[in-house]
Design a protein around this ligand. Structure first.
Ligand code: SF4
Length: 399
């Protein structure tokens, strides 16, 4: 078995009460069956009972509701009821860490398992994780071989070797092509996946896939693809991109805006995007955008590359195990990159500044709001696009 983790994985430590964007906020905190059963005989901590005018005889389950067949903690104005005013968890202080639900216990760590691999990842929805990532010059992975069985070894659930080869290779392109932007690397990755899809190879024909991937891995082939993508004569009009990214942002944020979630961040950004939409026709919106580009330039390009490399490593393989789903995940990453850049522009337009600390906050907000499960990503793409797999031109338009 091979266990991989980002080079900064072991340095992560939750900063708990010092965290100004705690994960207990505005989020769905799932309560698994095992935890729910154990909460049945655990009385509410005194402070929680008193703060909510409840009897001391009531149990922790009093704050659990069922939604879409799964259980979750009932939030009070977006806040976890077990959190005290100093940002510490009453469940931990009264019953210990082991009493937390799996979600709280493991966050922001997530284990991704396929074939003989276990990827130990840290999600970018936690600011402390983003800080660790941004401290790196290049995203790198530590790998160790340990004895143990493969995770999935049935005929129905087999992750083909060619997908593993792609997952192990694609993120390394970011570090290898230092002068190429994160967006252009992502476009090249999508180009390769689209080409593999278009070949319409039988899923069982692993040899054919391996042969084609071998051709792509040839540095002359990659260089040719990147040269075509970065050719100045084929660049997308910045107004078209602006209009599309502004719409994408409103589309993704409208649900949070209407529900008042993360309102401190989403509300001003969403309302500014609406205002900008009305300023497109007379050219004011694009003028503001060009001013932002001239002042900020590619100052944060290294950060985009770290994010793209980390996500290419951690998010490409999902349980459906096919090339189309891998392409879907690349599309989602492109949406996240487009939104991040557009969010940064709107933030700068509203406040007149964009500091490193603010960027870290924006990344964490963005990954909390776009951290959909795989089925939800597919549903979103089905609802919004004619075909779940885009034409290459749409990827080129948004990033
Ligand atoms: S967001 Fe990260 S640092 Fe903050 S409380 Fe949660 S795990 Fe800890």
């Amino acid at each position: 078995m091979i266990i991989e983790r980002p080079s900064y994985y072991d340095n992560f430590k939750c900063i708990a009460d010092k965290c100004d964007f705690t994960c207990c906020r505005d989020w769905t905190i799932a309560v698994d069956d095992c935890t729910f059963a154990s909460w049945n005989d655990k009385k509410l901590p005194r402070q929680v009972a008193e703060a909510n005018n409840m009897s001391l005889d009531q149990t922790l389950t009093s704050f659990v509701e069922t939604h879409n067949e799964s259980r979750r903690i009932v939030l009070d104005n977006g806040k976890c009821p077990f959190l005290d005013c100093n940002g510490l968890c009453h469940i931990v202080s009264q019953y210990g860490e082991e009493c937390l639900s799996k979600t709280c216990h493991t966050y922001p760590r997530e284990d991704i398992r396929f074939s003989e691999y276990e990827l130990k990842n840290l999600t970018l929805s936690c600011k402390t994780v983003v800080k660790h990532l941004f401290d790196q010059s290049v995203f790198s992975v530590l790998s160790e071989k340990v004895s143990g069985d493969s995770f999935i070894d049935t005929e129905d659930e087999h992750c083909p070797n060619y997908l593993i080869e792609l997952q192990q290779w694609l993120y390394t392109l970011v570090g290898e092509y230092k002068d190429v932007s994160a967006a252009d690397i992502l476009k090249a990755v999508f180009y390769i996946l689209l080409d593999l899809i278009e070949q319409d190879i039988d899923d069982e024909n692993e040899d054919k896939y391996q042969e084609l991937i071998g051709l792509y891995k040839n540095s002359a082939t990659i260089k040719k693809i990147l040269d075509t993508i970065t050719d100045p004569s084929s660049q997308t009009d910045s107004l078209d991109r602006f209009v599309e990214d502004n719409e994408l942002l409103m589309d993704l944020f409208v649900r949070y805006y209407e529900q008042g979630k993360y309102s401190e961040f989403i509300k001003p950004v969403f309302e500014k995007a609406e205002e900008l939409e009305g300023l497109i026709e007379d050219g004011v919106a694009i003028e503001l955008y060009e001013k932002y580009v001239s002042e900020i330039g590619d100052k944060y390009e290294d950060k985009f590359k770290l994010i793209v490399a980390e996500e290419l490593w951690s998010s490409l393989i999902v349980s459906y195990y096919d090339i189309e789903t891998m392409a879907v995940k690349v599309q989602w990453l492109a949406i996240e990159l487009a939104l991040l850049k557009h969010y940064m522009f709107i933030h700068y337009t509203i406040y007149g500044h964009l500091t490193d600390e603010e960027l870290i906050h924006i990344v964490a907000v963005l990954f909390r709001t776009t951290g959909y499960c795989d089925d939800d990503i597919i549903e979103y793409l089905e609802d919004c696009f004619e075909d779940i797999i885009w034409e290459w031109g749409y990827m080129d338009l948004i990033i």
